[in-house]
Design a binder for this molecule. Structure first.
Ligand code: SAH
Ligand code: SF4
Ligand code: F3S
Length: 459
């Protein structure tokens, strides 16, 4: 039986894809990249913005077309959109299975049944905001630690979830409604998993959580924080680089985490900590519990402890009620924060969230677009300045693999293809080298820079 899995979401979503894929490989499926060959197609979906859902729906339209000539093809939709839409997605002609993120331990059974009998099946979590019954959390925990070790999508790199769900309820955000309440995984399970990955040759581990810095696990007398996890993981043989995403701007454990970063050569000097807006009025309406000034002070504190820390952020432009003045406050914040890069999104109302229920989507599409472009330009100038500092310097990078640009990555024709790599501080570096360097560390010298990419030569 041949399986095709496609991921349309964030890092959490990709991690679920890796778990499901390896569970199904274990059950005898082999992977294919071609829909033509596939007996089963799984789509792992995202609900965070309307655009993300639209991409999935258009892909499903394509699958429906294919199923007209191949009615036996089994199509499963997993992930956040499966949880959000449930039986409404099951009504789609192309779809056989709808399975939410907390139900993936059942995926093998669901597929086996769908292949045998032509019935549709739905596995979504009812009352998603309730604490899951013990047997269910247990099943998820077992699934999580049993699979995904062989995920080679980026050589020598792996992702380890340290917590599930989110309790923050930022007013625009669908995640708490599709991923459920915040649950931190037991530290021993996380450490065990990292040891296994290191034994398999993994060199970089990224710890994942929606608000990863609020990781908290009470074990006997001690409450484990992310700082404790990083400290313990940094002592595991073979783990060379450790990262964690995404951080919520919060006082709790903040100094401890930054101190571990300062003290451990293995914890990368990189912090992804979204601000979302620079306007206090908008931050309040977003239910983010801080002011712009306080957030900037937190960045100062981070830089006081780890002077070279590189910081990335996220912003939403065009949140309901955002005036030119509010937007200007965001521009000011971006200018002061000196991010390495910032992800900028246009507000997208999500059904069921507080901002969608209570506030009108007042900012027009044109204004959102203009603010998006303007903010990107402000950030690009800063990214360019920060990148220029690398000129002529030697840096250590971890090589991810061939460049995605086909005209630069050709292996034929003698010379070395272009490779993509990253610094510990998450700068993207491209250079020419043998493809055998994928998954290896390499020392390179920066010869040219652009806002988002550094160009280098091997030394
Ligand atoms: N848990 C992470 C991010 C989750 S979603 C955090 O809190 O930082 C990733 C990003 O998508 C968010 O940081 C936010 O900038 C953006 N986002 C979330 N909901 C959105 C919405 N309804 N419209 C536009 N952007 C949104
Ligand atoms: Fe969404 Fe806010 Fe939770 Fe991030 S912290 S996942 S933006 S609710
Ligand atoms: Fe990730 Fe999208 Fe779900 S951002 S957690 S896949 S809604």
């Amino acid at each position: 039986m041949k399986l095709l899995v496609k991921s349309f979401g964030c890092q959490m979503n990709k991690l679920d894809t890796a778990l499901v894929t390896s569970a199904l490989e274990d059950a005898g499926f082999s992977l294919t990249e071609s829909v033509k060959e596939a007996d089963v197609v799984l789509i792992n979906t995202c609900s965070v913005r309307e655009h993300a859902e639209q991409r999935v729906l258009s892909h499903m339209g394509h699958l429906k077309h294919i199923k007209e000539s191949r009615p036996d093809l089994v199509v499963g939709v997993i992930g956040c959109m499966a949880q959000r839409l449930g039986d409404r997605l099951l009504e789609h002609e192309a779809v056989n299975i709808v399975c939410g993120p907390a139900e993936i331990p059942q995926i093998k059974e669901l597929i086996t049944e769908a292949l045998k009998e032509k019935k549709k099946s739905l596995a979504v979590t009812k009352k998603i905001r309730r604490k899951a019954p013990d047997e269910k959390s247990q099943a998820l925990e077992e699934f999580e630690s049993a699979y995904g070790i062989e995920d080679e999508s980026i050589p020598a790199q792996a992702f380890v979830r340290v917590m599930r769900g989110c309790n923050n309820f930022c007013s625009y955000c669908v995640v708490p409604y599709v991923r459920g309440p915040e649950v931190s995984r037991p530290p021993e399970a996380i450490i065990e998993q990292i040891k296994k990955l290191a034994d398999h040759g993994v060199k970089q581990i990224t710890l994942l959580g929606q608000t990863v810095n609020s990781y908290k696990y009470k074990k006997g007398e001690k409450t484990w924080s992310l700082a404790d996890l990083l400290d313990a993981a940094g002592n595991i043989d073979g783990v060379e680089w450790l990262r964690f995403v995404t951080s919520y701007p919060s006082e709790e454990f903040f100094d401890e985490i930054m101190q571990v970063m300062a003290g451990s050569p293995r914890v990368c000097e990189y912090l992804h900590m979204p601000a979302q807006s620079g306007s206090d009025k908008i931050l309040h309406a977003m239910n983010r519990n801080y002011t712009g000034a306080w957030y900037l002070e937190l960045l100062d504190r981070a830089r006081a402890i780890v002077p070279d820390v590189s910081i990335a952020g996220d912003f939403i432009v065009g949140f309901p009620g955002e005036t030119e003045e509010d937007f200007q406050a965001t521009v000011d914040m971006v200018e002061k924060a000196r991010y390495k890069n910032a992800f900028i999104f246009k507000y997208s109302p999500r059904p069921g969230t507080a901002s969608d229920k209570r506030l009108q989507d007042t900012v027009s599409a044109e204004v959102k677009q203009r603010r998006n472009v303007e903010l990107l330009a402000v950030q690009e100038k800063i990214s360019d300045e920060l990148s220029r500092d690398f000129l002529g310097k030697q840096v250590k990078v971890l090589v991810e693999g061939l460049s995605k640009k086909p005209h630069l990555n050709s292996i034929e024709g003698g010379g070395n293809p272009q490779l993509v790599a990253r610094t510990a501080t998450d700068y993207i570096v491209v250079f020419n080298g043998p493809v055998s360097l994928a998954g290896q560390f390499s020392d390179v010298k920066i010869t040219k820079t652009s806002p988002l990419t550094l160009f280098a030569e091997r030394v």
